[in-house]
Design a protein around this ligand. Sequence first.
Ligand code: CP
Length: 358
Amino acid sequence: MRHLIDPTDLTRQETDNIVALALDIIANRAKYSEACKGKKLATLFYEPSTRTRLSFTSAMMELGGNVLGFSDANSSSVSKGETVEDTVRVVGCFADIIAMRHYIEGAPLDASMVSRVPIINAGDGSHAHPTQTLTDLLTMTRELGHLDNLTIGFCGDLLYGRTVHSLIKAMSRYEGTKVVLIAPNELRLPDYIKHDVCDKYGIEYREVSSLEEVMGELDVLYMTRVQQERFADKSEYERVKDCYILDTEKMALAKEKMAVLHPLPRVNEIAKEVDADPRAAYFRQVENGKFVRMALMYTLLKWADEGAEPLHNHNVVEAPQLACPNAKCICNNENVEKKFHLTDGGVYRCLYCDTKAQ
Ligand code: CP
């Protein structure tokens, strides 16, 4: 069974095929109107969402299928203590494919280990958001015409920003990717992305604190929200929340051909005045999310019918002496078997959340 938990669960070729299929769907909407007729999507959202949940819903409707699920876990038997594993075992009796968002990191991976239908990670805590990544890849393709040789500036909350982590992983497979990390000290990119992704795949990256200084060299500016809900210490959030604000003055420093992306929602980090700039691609990006999720669900359901085997992209090891120190990891919140993977750099990391094991 193939699932999408992390961007690397798809090969580069499969990723490109899904983006190409999304482009074909955009060009030939009627051709796909019954492509998933008789299929049912379950959306299990344990954390708030507007774009992801509604775009999945709209995508399955446009493919001729149906949708069930919950957007508030408290209205389900989760409130009675039902585990993630039992919930997906049950929902798999009613649905052909499941999209799950969870505030607990690794919950979708845990779900995929017991599920009889494909699981799609619709965002797990601060960890990963692979369908936003597919959305971003389709958006960059449509805005700029290619994915190779792009200099991408990631700005804002790079520590908790799961969309940033997943997009850097995906872009590590494209030739000539350069990454500029624009963040305050408190919100810098996690080391595992720098070492296990950027260093491993030879992505050129540098960390800066000034957005103005680098605007002129970017092909893509990927803005992010500082996420209040991820901070244990609210005074720290207050200190960094308005660290970067994109406005027309800063846009004047940018290339004529570039694209501003943002997974949304935004708070203050992009001034409303920027919306009228043709390089502001973030609302077009939202619609791309629907098309790419159509392509993804169509592909995963086809693979399920064909009995496709998953990629074995992790070096999973038995290590009973190790522990995951992440309090927000599924392995520290539910009764799941602790698992670790050994990176090429010789570091043991939790399989569910990628935190360095202790
Ligand atoms: N981009 C994104 O994940 O938005 P939502 O939280 O509204 O789904």
